[in-house]
Design a protein around this ligand. Sequence first.
Ligand code: C2E
Ligand code: CA
Ligand code: CA
Length: 542
Amino acid sequence: MSSPTLDRVLDAVFRVDGQFRIKFISDQGQRWLGQAGPAVLGANFFDLLHPTDAERLTHACAEKPDDFSCDLRMFRGDADCWVNLRAYRLAAVDQYVLCVIDISPWRTDDSAYRHAAEHDELTGLANRTYFKNAVEARLRSGGEVFSVALLDLDGFKKVNDTFGHSMGDAVLVETSRRLSRIVGGDDLLARLGGDEFVLLMVGKDAAMANAMVKSVLMAIARPYDTAPHNAYLGVSIGIAQFPIHGTDYSTLLKNADTAMYHSKNAGKNRVSIFAADDISVDFSIRAAIHNGIHEGEFYLEYQPQYDVQRRLVGVEALMRWTSRDFGRVAPDKFIPVVEDAGLMPFLGKWALRYACHQLKVFHQRMPDFVMSVNVSPVQFDADGFDRHVLDAIVETGVDPAKVVLEITESTLMRSQDRTERALATLRESGIRFSIDDFGTGFSSLAYLTRLPVSSIKIDKAFVRAIEEQRLTSATDKRLVTAMINLAHSIDLKVVAEGVETEAQFDFLRQSGCNLIQGYLLGKPMSAAAIGQLLDRHLEAAL
Ligand code: C2E
Ligand code: CA
Ligand code: CA
């Protein structure tokens, strides 16, 4: 599948000021320019142009100052070559991003037209038509296994909405550059449109494809500095494999798309492989969830949290669903579907009110008791989340200082204005936040110090790794200790979840962990069972 035109992306990216003085040139651009590369910084872009073509640039710019494109000749070493140049104005700073594609190979014959029909104008990548033809050629050529991965940027819309389309385009161009670095050999990368890219991986089954696109997650997570404002993005990826997930183009693409949505719903910035029963299960679960909400099939259980002296100090509310049709369904299974169906704000609001009512009851026995409630990232995206929380507090009359909202790192990574405002409003009212599953995402210290968080919950994967007997556990333990020290250094409390053994408990206590939650001390249970635990606790304290 490798033809010289296929791997083409941008040959150079420049950022210039209003007078076209060069402020930035991409690494690839420096290589492309050859010897002159490093020296062009500070030079004028017009000096790189063939004198007779400078006029073309001036003309195109005057005609459409915000975003223009033209073909012209640029000096490259001793020779000149034809390039296609696209320019985007960054109005706020009066600068331009210039994207250059070397088109000399096609300039001479009619392959230039073919190139245009088969390539995406913005990024120079193969387009949808080309990709479809390539996959269909594969299908015709016989039985070799291959995988298709669909990539959809997370957070791209925000960049586009906040900084404008020209910046959005610059980000897409930079994304295509990062992706093409990773894609190798026979693989084909194409842009389907918008912020959707697709990869054809020849000779790779879904598991191999999965391993390969993991590096894509890392590549996209790096800040985007093509633009003067650094932007952070993620990418949700879905994989479908020929022949097990489809034997024609549209089925393969549709199934990769379903898997991609799975990634989005599971919290974004991850890879999912299509599962053949996804569609039907999701569909019927969705209907059952609608029904279950009306029939009152959802309820909460409460898992006790203890301090290291084994005093009961609070609980985490965990959602449960016993469906008439499916029986008991695990939250990991139904919550993504609830989110996808747009029902999470509704169900989440219910859980919160319910938990607050229950907390009020617990407070009759122990006024300091703390209730932690999970909040999914999509709840923050919904209108008026903060108001709903405050309503629940006012309605039940509980002390907001006794309510902890467990949020995930992906909620913080989104860092939407709305999310930040909601966090701030709620924090002001006295509610506290805890980072759930800490260590599994991308949180940086910067996020933790900037946002109103009061504790972290070390993910159970790390707790599980603390085992006396294992040799490797020395490193795992150091990691846990480091997390605890780090959190304490910025005044955050630490909760460990998934604590199942005395050895884990002892280690965590000695490392200074503040609260312990796990099967060792108590499984999730009904409110009545927590009430009994509280009674026993109070008796023992007398
Ligand atoms: P999570 O917030 O990380 O919740 C902790 C999960 O670990 C719970 O699973 C709990 O039952 C389980 N767990 C507790 N102790 C142990 C232990 O010692 N060992 C092991 N192996 N597991 C333990 P659960 O109840 O299945 O919940 C799964 C996830 O579903 C939760 O993970 C949370 O992300 C989500 N979830 C549950 N309730 C809600 C809710 O009301 N709202 C939202 N948005 N998400 C919820
Ligand atoms: Ca939690
Ligand atoms: Ca957790």
